[in-house]
Every structure is written in structure tokens, then in C-alpha cells.
Design a protein around this ligand. Structure first.
Ligand SMILES: [Zn+2]
Length: 79
């Protein structure tokens, strides 16, 4: 069930992301951290439910470069 964003200029690539759970669940959801394949910086995305982190397609948070999007996948699969 791979969906692809349309209208982008580049293919959506899979990027391993590391889930960081919240220190205290009452503080909110954890985050997904990744090394951006587009600009090389670290980006964070909200992970939603800590019990079931929301991987999947995201718009890159690039501050430099062409920007784009990627498909976050669990880091464990890339170890
Ligand atoms: Zn980036």
C-alpha cells in the first residue's frame, strides 16, 4: 500500500528514521528524527501515537536546497 505524492519533481525515497519517545507521555507524542537525504541536516517530525509511531511520507523540513519529500521507515529495518 504505497501511495505516492503527485506533483513532486523527484521520487519519494525511503529514509530510516529513529523514534524518540517522549520523556514523559504527558508531555506529548515522541518525535521521529532522521538525517535528511536532501539537505543533510537532521529533521524532526511528530510521531503521533508513541505506541504506534506514524512513519510514512512527510514533506522535508529543509532550510536549504531544493526541498522535497520522503517516506520515513523504521530505523530498525536499516540496522
Ligand atoms: Zn532536509
Amino acid at each position: 500500500m504505497t501511495q505516492r505524492l503527485t506533483g513532486g519533481s523527484a521520487e519519494i525515497i525511503d529514509v530510516p528514521a529513529r523514534f524518540l519517545p517522549p520523556a514523559n507521555p504527558e508531555l506529548g507524542p515522541g518525535v521521529l528524527v532522521l538525517s535528511c537525504p536532501i539537505c543533510g541536516a537532521l529533521h524532526r517530525h511528530g510521531a503521533g501515537d508513541p505506541e504506534n509511531p506514524a512513519y510514512g511520507q512527510r514533506v522535508a523540513h529543509c532550510k536549504t536546497g531544493p526541498g522535497g519529500a520522503y517516506n520515513l521507515v523504521p530505523m530498525e529495518a536499516a540496522r
